[in-house]
Design a protein around this ligand. Sequence first.
Ligand code: HEC
Ligand code: HEC
Length: 93
Amino acid sequence: MAEQQKNTWKFGKRDIVFLAIIVAVVIALLLGTTERKTIAVPSDDVHRTATSKAACMACHDSAGVYPQPSTHTKMERCFLCHTQPKGWVGAPK
Ligand code: HEC
Ligand code: HEC
C-alpha cells in the first residue's frame, strides 16, 4: 500500500511575499498611467477656445508669442500629451 502523499496546498509566508510584490507592481502601474508627465495647457480663455492645431500654432510656432522648444514633437494632437484646460470648448477626444 503506497503511502498517501501529502500535497494539500497551504498558504505560507512565501506566498504572502509573492502576493505583496504583485500588488505593489499593479499599484505602481496604475499610478503611472494616471499621472501626466507633460506640462498642462493653462486653463484660461485663450486655451479653452483654441480648437485646432493651427490655432495653437499661431502662438506656439517659432514665430509666435510663446514658441515651443525647437526639439518639440510635430505631432498634431496636442492633448495627447498636454492635459486639456478645464472647460475646453472643442470636440471630445
Ligand atoms: C493667443 C495665443 C495662444 C494660443 C491660441 C494658444 N496658446 Fe498656449 N500659451 C500662450 C501663452 C502666451 C502661454 C504662456 C503664458 C501662460 O501660461 O498663459 C501659453 C502656454 C501654453 C502651455 C504651457 C506652457 C508652460 O510653460 O506652462 C501649453 C502646453 C500650451 N500653451 C499649449 C497650447 C495649446 C495645446 C493650444 C491650442 C489648443 C494653445 N496653447 C493655444 C499663448 C497661446
Ligand atoms: C508627444 C507628446 C506631445 C505632443 C503631442 C505635444 N507636446 Fe507640447 N510638449 C511636450 C513635452 C514633453 C514638452 C516639454 C518640453 C520638451 O521637452 O520639449 C512640451 C512643451 C510644450 C510647450 C512649451 C512649454 C514650455 O514651458 O516651454 C508648448 C507651448 C507646447 N508644448 C505646445 C504644444 C502644442 C501647441 C501642441 C500641439 C500642436 C503640442 N505641444 C503637442 C510634449 C508634447
